[in-house]
Design a protein around this ligand. Sequence first.
Ligand code: HEC
Ligand code: HEC
Length: 212
Amino acid sequence: MRFSKTNYLKLAVIGIAVFALAGFAWTGGRVGSPRVDNTLVGTLGDAEREAVSVAAFNEAAKVFFSARCANCHPAGDVPTQGDAMTPHSQGVTRGEDGMGVYGMRCTTCHQNENLPGEHMPPGTTIDWHMPPADQKMVFQGLTAGQLCRNFTDPNRNGGLEVKSLMDHIQKRDPLVTWAWEPGNGRSTPPMSFEQFAAKVEEWVANGAACPE
Ligand code: HEC
Ligand code: HEC
């Protein structure tokens, strides 16, 4: 590629964007960091792409680790509840298929909508459940780097992989979008669904690099 003046200008612009993103990740900054224009991504060097990718994952991780998502993705077999992610009451457990055990099926209480009223069970258009016992898809208790490698390393993924992660988000799985309409005054993840989806796409488009 010929390096015209405009190319140098582009590189300068990209450099600033990378620094801004890295800065946001470093300060644990909130949403609203600038998106890198995809038409420029092709001109980024490997190191810059990796930095952009890592920064994007660190942003997306704030959603994965937020209570609305992580409550269904616990480390053990008990879903958690509330912003403090305390173990689910009534002795609810995962069961083989993630739908609960006999007599304590998730859908006994969780209906196809958020039931109105304090501490009533939330619900969405598909059957409420958590991942099955043989593919637990754990989010809780991991660092961003560990979660990232669970998506990218097929040998240790616990049922997660980048392609199905993308599908899950792009097809707007009702269990995912529920997090932004959780009902009963529950808090929502720290950025919009669109911003989250854009961060995940930016992470993948720049090589799906992982934080330490
Ligand atoms: C009500 C429980 C529930 C909530 C809430 C929930 N999930 Fe999940 N998640 C599941 C289940 C169950 C699966 C397994 C796939 C399936 O059966 O749909 C899953 C799978 C996933 C996967 C893996 C997809 C794959 O096939 O590799 C990702 C990524 C994911 N969830 C992200 C999220 C995010 C992000 C949020 C919050 C915005 C969230 N989940 C909220 C239950 C939940
Ligand atoms: C006996 C009734 C009952 C059963 C069975 C039940 N739940 Fe719940 N669940 C509730 C109620 C009620 C709440 C709301 C608690 C509150 O808001 O204080 C709740 C809340 C939750 C939350 C927390 C939502 C949030 O982000 O705060 C998750 C996650 C959850 N349930 C998952 C499950 C899963 C998965 C199953 C099946 C394995 C299940 N529940 C089975 C009654 C039940």
